[in-house]
Design a protein around this ligand. Structure first.
Ligand SMILES: [Cu+2]
Length: 215
């Protein structure tokens, strides 16, 4: 048994040593950082295994807004939608990747949905038509979301060929680029994208202040 154990430890160390962090730097047409973009890497040579989280994620209804404006997740992930307000909500989606409508649900109750197909799901509420949020359901475990400074990092990516994708609610079509990560790439890679965003049409009409990803 001893020689086998030795081989396994060596393999684990060499895998870690050859993995690379891939940083994304996203700006708009005037060079301003772009937040709330979903970045992902799709493996082109060997599909990466996806395992949805064991515990559901949570997107609350709070202050008559969704608690998170953009949520990336993998296929098979379950999301709870707890109503933390003093009023009822009726969250729905008309998106082909997941159509649903909850019954009107009261403060202190919640809806639950499992997202079982890749695609973008636009969320709304039948009671408060300013409520908007997006769930991006991905078929790859390698993803991230850009912060206010327009950066996102996907850590410990194994060598190989990938399609880098960028999604944003104000992009007409995903930006994509093929990248190759060699086993010798031991420093972080940076992929920069300039995004041609459409105007922001969101109207912040919640009577209760902050939330919903508004800046
Ligand atoms: Cu509502």
């Amino acid at each position: 048994m001893r020689p086998l154990a030795f081989v396994c430890i060596c393999a684990a160390i060499s895998l870690r040593a050859s993995a690379t962090d891939v940083a994304f730097r996203l700006v708009d047409a005037v060079g301003a950082p772009v937040a709330d973009a979903v970045v992902s890497l799709v493996a082109l040579d060997a599909p990466a295994k996806i395992s949805p989280p064991a515990e559901p994620l949570e997107i609350a209804q709070n202050g008559q807004e969704f608690s998170t404006f953009v949520t990336p997740l993998v296929v098979g992930t379950t999301v709870n939608f707890p109503n933390e307000d003093k009023v009822s909500h009726q969250v729905y989606s008309l998106s082909p990747a997941k159509k649903f409508v909850f019954p009107l649900y009261k403060p202190g109750t919640r809806g639950t949905v499992t997202f079982d197909q890749p695609g973008v799901v636009a969320l709304g509420c039948n009671i408060h038509d300013w409520m908007r949020a997006y769930i991006v359901v991905l078929g790859t475990p390698l993803f991230g979301k850009s912060a206010r400074d327009g950066t996102a990092t996907i850590t410990a990516v194994a060598p190989g060929f990938y399609r880098a994708e960028v999604w944003h609610p104000r992009l007409g079509k995903n930006e994509t680029r093929e990248i190759s990560l060699a086993a010798s790439d031991i420093t972080a890679r940076t992929e920069s994208f300039t995004l041609a965003l459409k105007p922001d049409r969101r109207i912040h009409r919640s009577p209760e202040g902050s939330g919903g990803g508004y800046k």
